[in-house]
Design a protein around this ligand. Structure first.
Ligand code: ZN
Length: 449
């Protein structure tokens, strides 16, 4: 199985080829924790979650890093508004973010660095960039000198005029060029700050991500996959490449992976339009499977246009799958890989749902299809196990189990204990627990399987 993924840097679908032999690394820009997560944050987490599941299936070792940005001007503002400290606000919204992501059925990343825990690495990274001649210090600020980096603009494919168009231009006096961006800036008494060679201050946003990646992987390792929403391509990811390329001979990142925006009735979500859909509310009104199907219903590179029909359609599919699984399925470890093949083609989730829909029809009378359906749903993080546990063992399963128990008892009576034990293991693998008592064998479904 080869995983193909569109690479924003080369503008084509490419095979994933890890820097190391059998382990792979992925970094995704995480939340800035100052408010309740909305469906845009959910999409930016659920798309990498599907890729993470696929990477885990293929590679022995996967590092999935998603950071928490807990220093930011927006956090300072929000803390003032809520009348609480910066620590309180970041802890509060980190906790809510974690709860929301778990309720969405997302797996936890393997690493979750916080900016406030990475300050010393950020400072040494900035020092290295200055030493290499790619940054300068002016009026207690440290600025990246974009003129010193030849490939600036490579990711976004923009020329200077386009870059400056639409981005808030800060022609501050301490900048040599308006394209130069902040690596470190001074903090006043009211703002969080750390001692540094350039005075008390705090990092710029872009250097945070680069430093967190290097802190975990090492300066001279290439990150395999970097993800985030496509609104981060410029300037955030463009600036990350510039920084990362100036501290090591090794390429900063091989594969850039971006998800599209979420629109509500074809409009951008904004507080002023009052159309922001918060996850807390959505999770109260819908089950996890429905929300996951809805968030993954459009291909990740396309915009997801959220309308009343998005949830209706998702709910119908979830219902269809649920009714198929309830009546027929037994939990067998499946080695079939249709679902992994479908997802390996640039995370084709619309095709995956078509496959699930077809399987739901055929699985009613076909145990193998039913098993494939359960495997595929589990792979996508669609958890119907609660429904499954409520269901009773079906006739096909009962017949199979009784036959195997009979065979096992015959083997035991004839002294073939090893083969008898193999049957016990086989039954255990499909979630059947045996209890031998007074010469009789009783069985039950393992409630934890
Ligand atoms: Zn980032």
């Amino acid at each position: 199985m080869t995983i193909k993924l569109y690479n924003t840097l080369t503008r084509k679908k490419e095979d994933i080829k890890p820097f190391l032999d059998d382990s792979i690394s992925m970094y995704v820009c995480g939340p800035t924790v100052y408010g309740h997560p909305h469906i845009g944050n959910a999409r930016a987490a659920i798309v990498p979650d599907i890729l993470y599941r696929l990477l885990k299936y293929k590679y022995r070792s996967v590092k999935y890093i998603r950071n928490i940005t807990d220093v930011d001007d927006k956090i300072i503002e929000a803390a003032k508004k809520e009348g609480i400290s910066i620590d309180q606000i970041t802890l509060k919204y980190t906790k809510i973010y974690h709860e929301n992501m778990a309720s969405l059925g997302n797996l936890e990343p393997t690493h979750e660095p916080k900016v406030t825990d990475t300050i010393s690495k950020i400072i040494t990274t900035i020092e290295k960039i200055i030493r290499n001649g790619n940054a300068y210090v002016k009026d207690s600020h440290v600025l990246f000198d974009t003129g010193s980096f030849r490939n600036y603009g490579e990711l976004s494919g923009k020329n200077l005029e386009e870059m400056l168009d639409g981005v808030r231009i800060d022609n501050a006096s301490y900048k040599k060029s308006s394209k130069d961006f902040i690596l470190w800036k001074p903090s006043d008494a009211d703002s969080p700050g750390w001692q540094s060679p350039w005075g008390k201050g705090r990092p710029g946003w872009h250097i945070e991500c680069t430093s967190m990646i290097k802190d975990i992987l090492g300066d001279d390792t290439t990150l395999d996959i970097h993800g985030g929403g496509n609104d981060l391509i410029f300037p955030h990811h463009e600036n990350e490449i510039a920084q990362g390329s100036c501290i090591s001979e090794k390429k900063y990142c091989n594969h850039w992976f971006h998800n599209g925006i979420v629109l509500v009735d074809r409009k951008k979500m904004s507080k002023s339009l009052g159309n922001v859909i918060l996850l807390d509310q959505l999770l109260k009104e819908n089950d996890t499977a429905t929300i996951r199907v809805a968030l993954l219903s459009a291909h990740y590179r396309q915009p997801l246009n959220w309308t009343s029909r998005t949830l209706d359609n998702a709910s119908k599919l979830a219902q269809k799958i649920r009714s198929s699984i309830n009546t027929t399925t037994i939990p067998i470890e499946n080695t079939e890989t249709e679902i992994t093949d479908i997802l390996s083609d640039d995370l084709n989730t619309p095709q995956a749902f078509k496959y699930l829909s077809d399987l739901s029809k055929s699985s009613k009378n076909n145990l193998e299809d039913s098993t494939r359906l359960l495997f595929s749903c589990t792979f996508l993080g669609l958890d119907f196990s609660a429904d499954y546990k409520r269901s009773q063992p079906n006739e096909v399963l009962v017949d199979k189990v009784e036959k195997l128990i009979k065979k096992r008892n015959e083997l035991r009576n004839n002294g073939h204990y090893q083969e008898a034990d193999e049957i016990r293991s086989e039954l255990s693998s499909i979630g059947v627990v045996l209890k031998d008592k007074d010469g009789e064998t009783e069985w039950e479904l393992d409630p934890n399987s």
